[in-house]
Design a protein around this ligand. Structure first.
Ligand SMILES: [Zn+2]
Length: 323
């Protein structure tokens, strides 16, 4: 992971103020889409809390900061995403026991939990118990891309920090700084729909960008399919076990549509302007937002319940107007 933050000045200011004031709360919840930079800033925040050098804040250059970054520090507990499977109750119980032990060096212990929406309901409930009986000096930093999937009892115990996409121009500049040509930086920053982490992944792994482009184009094709053909496609998708990736692509494509529609910036897509205009004749901003919400809901239900994946995808695709 690259350590240069792109955007989020306002949130960094808030966090620095918290650190400076010394009035740390028990739990922070970073909320925003995947790849927006929540984890990177969560790490920086954890490092700053544990760093013994006050002047070092958010630079994170001392050896303790480095050890935290490498998840090699006894007072730092990291539950990364993706988990081997859905996060189970046993992991939370182990965490609870470890937190009971005295902190090793620092006055604080920091627990960083990524994508808490992937907790099972039992694990989330067990975690709530830890939050309800705070150990002194333990700070939780939790990230999620789906706030609605967390129990409100957890949310209410956290200071919620909302992450908004940074301006595309900022991502473009950052990519140029990393050595990309201006034209390529322009395309990648636009297509990543304001998600710096995604833009960086595209530059580091061109094969990810290729497969993304392919799925994106496939999704656009599907918009012109008949209902019957859409159903056949879903059948195929399930057989190939690509449904999770495809749901992510739908989310990114819809975000891309929103960006283009709001800013009327047709260069912001890998899709031809003519085709985009055709799509926008059938798809209003309101509909795009509704479809985004629906896609998120399906992702949540697939992660948390035993709903029928095939049926959920069929209903979603049938809700898209035929282009
Ligand atoms: Zn440090």
């Amino acid at each position: 992971m690259q350590d240069h933050i792109i955007g989020h000045e306002k949130n960094i200011k808030i966090l620095k103020k918290i650190l400076l004031g010394g009035n740390l709360q028990h739990a922070y919840l970073f909320y925003g889409p995947d790849h927006i930079g929540k984890s990177l800033i969560a790490f920086k925040f954890a490092q700053a809390i544990l760093c013994p050098k006050n002047e070092d804040r958010f630079k994170n250059i001392c050896s303790i900061c480095k050890n935290v970054r490498n998840n090699n520090y006894p007072d730092f507990f990291y539950l990364p995403n993706p988990y081997p499977s859905k996060l189970k109750i046993e992991t939370v119980r182990t965490l609870r026991k470890s937190l009971g032990l005295k902190s090793y060096q620092a006055s604080h212990q920091v627990v960083l939990i990524e994508n808490m929406e992937n907790f099972t309901i039992e694990a989330a409930n067990a975690f709530l118990k830890i939050l309800e009986e705070p150990h002194k000096g333990v700070i939780f930093i939790i990230t999620t891309s789906n706030l609605n999937s967390l129990p409100s009892t957890i949310i209410s115990r956290c200071q919620v920090i909302n992450f908004q996409p940074p301006p595309i121009s900022l991502i473009e500049r950052a990519l140029i700084k990393r050595g990309l040509e201006k034209e390529k930086a322009g395309i990648l920053s636009q297509i990543s729909s304001g998600l710096p982490g995604l833009a960086i992944r595209f530059t580091e792994k061109p094969e990810i960008f290729s497969s993304y482009k392919e799925l994106f184009k496939k999704f656009i094709d599907i918009l012109s399919y008949s209902d019957f053909k859409k159903l056949l496609f879903v059948h195929d998708l399930i057989n190939k076990e690509q449904s999770d990736d495809f749901l992510k692509i739908i989310t990114i494509a819809l975000r891309n549509f929103l960006l283009i529609k709001i800013k009327s910036c047709f260069a912001a897509s890998i899709i031809e302007e003519k085709l985009l205009k055709k799509i926008f004749k059938k798809l209003s901003i309101k509909q795009i937002l509704q479809l985004l919400e629906q896609t998120k809901k399906i992702q949540f239900l697939l992660a948390k319940t035993n709903i029928n994946k095939k049926m959920a995808l069929e209903i979603l695709l049938l809700n898209f107007p035929r282009i």
